[in-house]
Design a protein around this ligand. Structure first.
Ligand SMILES: [Zn+2]
Length: 221
């Protein structure tokens, strides 16, 4: 299993269809919980906008091909959100947010043979010194700044219940990269607003940032 030693160091922030959740998210914001919670935020901000340089070259065609083009829809849905985000396509080598389709072996290794079909995506986040933010120590050293991210999506595309659930998941994971948490999990005051950041997809009809999410961005940036 040495092959996966790096992949074990993941920051589990997926979209969950069932319960059983790791919750390093507080309502509305992504934190690392520890002796004192550490709020996490995208590091590269220019003129008040979080600069996400994004690339989807490592996605399988299910996520990128027309007519659905899920990847470009998710990317564009955050660009300009609340006037706080620039989410622009970049080449793979210069991108700071890279999308991948996970391979099945990795997905089973991460989630086991019970939940591998329930987890649809997750975000790995890294500090400005390119260290995975996975625990209190690395969160403190990051100074709360997210500089790079990988977004991994399930290889089991039949896990998606419909087209909207694919779009919702991809948009949701970008929200984590921006430092947004699950409003329905954690404290204080968990709630279930109309939001792209709800921890599970339950037949929502939308797949882009909602007013709740724009408000969170405005507060954060
Ligand atoms: Zn999530």
């Amino acid at each position: 299993m040495a092959k996966f030693s790096k992949k074990v160091l993941l920051f589990f922030l997926g979209l969950f269809l069932l319960g059983s959740v790791t919750t390093e998210t507080l309502a509305h914001e992504m934190y690392y919980m520890g002796s004192s919670p550490i709020s996490l935020k995208w590091n590269n901000i220019v003129s008040g906008r979080a600069q996400l340089k994004i690339n989807g070259d490592n996605l399988s065609s299910f996520y990128t091909s027309s007519p659905n083009s899920y990847y470009s829809i998710a990317r564009d849905s955050w660009n300009g959100a609340a006037g706080k985000v620039s989410c622009m396509q970049e080449s793979f080598s210069s991108a700071t947010v890279r999308f991948y389709t996970a391979d099945a072996t990795l997905w089973e290794f991460l989630f086991g043979l019970i939940f591998q079909y329930d987890f649809l995506g997750l975000a790995e986040i890294f500090s400005p010194s390119n260290a995975a933010i996975i625990d209190e120590y690395s969160a403190i050293n990051s100074q709360g700044k997210i500089a790079y991210a990988n977004i991994l999506l399930t290889p089991y595309t039949s896990s998606f219940t419909n087209v909207t659930s694919v779009r919702y998941t991809m948009c949701h994971e970008i929200g984590h990269v921006l430092g947004l948490g699950h409003p329905d999990i954690g404290n204080p005051n968990p709630s279930t607003p109309q939001s792209i950041m709800l921890s599970s997809f339950t037949n929502q009809t939308y797949y882009s940032p909602q007013q709740h999410d724009l408000d969170d961005l405005t507060a954060k940036y």
